[in-house]
Design a binder for this molecule. Structure first.
Ligand code: KIV
Length: 272
C-alpha cells in the first residue's frame, strides 16, 4: 500500500462545512502536547483545538489571560507534529489581536508559519470582525468564539451561563451572523442556553460547535483534561467525564513510591 493510501484523509474547513450540510456531528477536543495529541488524533477526533485553556490546565494560571503568543506557538507546533488527520486550530491569545487588526494579522501569520496549524480561533463578535477580515485576507481560516469568552472574564466577573436575557441573546445571534459574513469557517458557542444555541445553528450556514450549549448544534468540544478526569476540581453541569485519570494516576504514583521505598523496584529483570 502506498503512503498516500495508508494516510487517513485530512479534515479540512471544507469537510466541516460538508459535515454540517449532511447533519454529521463534529467532534472536537483540546490538546496542548505531542503525546496526547497523537492519541486523540489516532482515536478519530475531527478537530483539535490548541486552546488558550493551556493557560489553566498546562500552566496553572487562574485565567486564560497570561498565556503568551510564544507559548501558544510552542503548544501548537507540538500538537501539529503529532497529527495526521484532524484539523488543528490554534487559539490566538489575549492581547494578540484585540483592537488592532494589523497586529492581529501579524500574530496569525506567526501562528501559521511557526506551528503549521490549519486555522486560528479568536473570541468576540462585531468588535473583532475587522481583525477577522484582515487575517482572512492572508488566506488564514478563522474560527469564531461567542457566549462565554474567557478572555473577557474581568469585564463580566463570572463564568456563569451567558445570553440568558433577551437583549444579550439577540446580540449573540447578530454577532454570529456577523462572524459568518466576515468569513469565519465555524463558531464555538460556550455556555449559553441550548435553545438559543440551536437557533444560532439554524440561522447560519457555517458549523456551530458547542461547549455547554446543548445538542442542537453541529458539534461538541470539551477540554481534554476535563473529560479525562485529570482536572477533578472543575465540575460544571455540561462536563461529561469519560475517565477518572486523577485517581488512576494518583494510584500509579503511590504504587511507584511504595515500590521504590521497599526496594521492590527495580527487580532482577528490570536491571542490566
Ligand atoms: O481554550 C479552550 O479550551 C477553548 C474551548 C473551551 C472552546 O476555547
Amino acid at each position: 500500500m502506498s503512503v498516500a493510501m495508508s494516510r487517513p484523509k485530512k479534515v479540512t474547513t471544507h469537510v466541516l462545512g460538508e459535515m454540517k450540510m449532511k447533519g454529521e456531528k463534529i467532534a472536537m477536543l483540546t490538546s496542548y502536547d505531542y503525546s496526547l495529541a497523537k492519541i486523540v488524533d489516532g482515536a478519530g477526533i475531527d478537530v483539535i483545538l490548541v486552546g488558550d485553556s493551556a493557560s489553566n490546565v498546562m500552566a496553572g494560571w487562574e485565567t486564560t489571560l497570561p498565556i503568551t503568543l510564544d507559548q501558544m506557538i510552542y503548544h501548537g507546533a507540538s500538537v501539529v507534529r503529532a497529527v495526521n488527520r484532524a484539523l488543528v486550530v490554534v487559539d490566538m491569545p489575549f492581547g494578540s489581536y484585540q483592537g488592532n487588526s494589523k497586529e492581529a494579522l501579524t500574530s496569525a501569520i506567526r501562528i501559521m508559519k511557526e506551528t503549521a496549524a490549519d486555522a486560528v480561533k479568536l473570541e468576540g463578535g462585531e468588535e473583532v470582525t475587522e481583525s477577522i477580515t484582515r487575517i482572512l485576507s492572508a488566506g488564514i481560516p478563522v474560527m469564531g468564539h461567542l457566549g462565554l469568552t474567557p478572555q473577557s472574564i474581568h469585564k463580566f466577573g463570572t463564568y456563569t451561563v451567558r445570553a440568558k436575557q433577551e437583549d444579550e441573546a439577540r446580540k449573540l445571534v447578530e454577532d454570529a451572523k456577523k462572524l459568518e459574513e466576515a468569513g469565519c469557517f465555524a463558531i464555538v458557542l460556550e455556555k449559553i442556553p441550548a435553545t438559543l444555541a440551536g437557533e444560532v445553528a439554524k440561522a447560519i450556514n457555517i458549523p456551530v460547535i458547542g461547549i455547554g450549549a446543548g445538542h442542537e448544534v453541529d458539534g461538541q468540544v470539551l477540554v481534554l483534561h476535563d473529560m479525562l478526569g485529570i482536572t477533578h476540581e472543575f465540575s460544571p453541569r455540561f462536563l461529561r467525564r469519560y475517565h477518572n485519570l486523577f485517581s488512576e494516576i494518583t494510584g500509579a504514583v503511590e504504587n511507584y513510591v511504595q515500590d521504590v521505598k521497599s526496594v521492590d523496584f527495580p527487580n532482577e529483570r528490570e536491571q542490566y
